[in-house]
Design a protein around this ligand. Structure first.
Ligand code: MG
Length: 197
């Protein structure tokens, strides 16, 4: 099988970090559980400038490397690799974050998985003027059988693969949305994801 895995809030606890970062930088009080929108500017009620500053801070290599692993993520991915599956981490992080992201994977024992930066969120998210390593037209040439994703904004990248099974990692910003189809399944932890494959 070819497996697509998102990085932030699937493999690591990015939003929990952002909650603390926004508190430190701007004094906001929005705990992780109350991050109701995937758009963090909206969730934290930040100005454009504050949002930009926060994203710049959050993408510093030492910060990217500090994100906690989502429990069981590395074990699950390695079990798939050991079973002969092809695992690609497709992240919406910009290419400027590639090196630190690659190192995070390597440090967590995930040297065997591939990493691609795809512009999933367009100009509404992340750092302005970002570059990405995977062009959309090349992404659409890839085939996947299974995907793990938390962001409703990324679901459009699955529409061209009718046979794809999508595991939606349950997070506050997707908890109340209706999943787009029967091929989507809400999962609360990596153990469930492993078992349902
Ligand atoms: Mg994500």
């Amino acid at each position: 099988m070819n497996i697509y895995v998102d990085f932030d809030d699937c493999l690591c606890e990015t939003a929990r970090h952002f909650s603390g970062l926004a508190r430190e930088m701007f004094g906001t009080d929005v705990p992780y559980e109350n991050i109701n929108f995937f758009n963090l500017q909206k969730s934290f009620s930040l100005t454009d400038k504050q949002y930009e500053d926060m994203m710049t801070e959050a993408h510093k290599p030492e910060i990217l490397l500090s994100y906690d692993e989502t429990p069981g993520a590395a074990d699950a991915l390695n079990a798939w690799v050991n079973d002969g599956h092809d695992v690609s981490v497709i992240t919406g992080r910009p290419y400027s974050a590639f090196e630190a992201s690659r190192e995070w994977l390597d440090r967590h024992g995930l040297g065997a998985v591939k990493l691609y930066c795809l512009d999933k969120y367009g100009r509404d998210n992340f750092i302005k003027g970002s570059k990405f390593s995977l062009e959309l037209e090349d992404y659409y040439k890839m085939h996947f059988d299974l995907a793990v994703e938390d962001s409703p904004h990324a679901f459009k990248f699955f529409d061209h693969l009718p046979g794809l099974k999508i595991m939606v990692y349950d997070r506050p910003w997707n908890h109340d949305i209706e999943l787009p189809g029967a091929n989507y399944k809400r999962c609360f932890d990596w153990e469930t994801i492993r078992k349902s494959v």
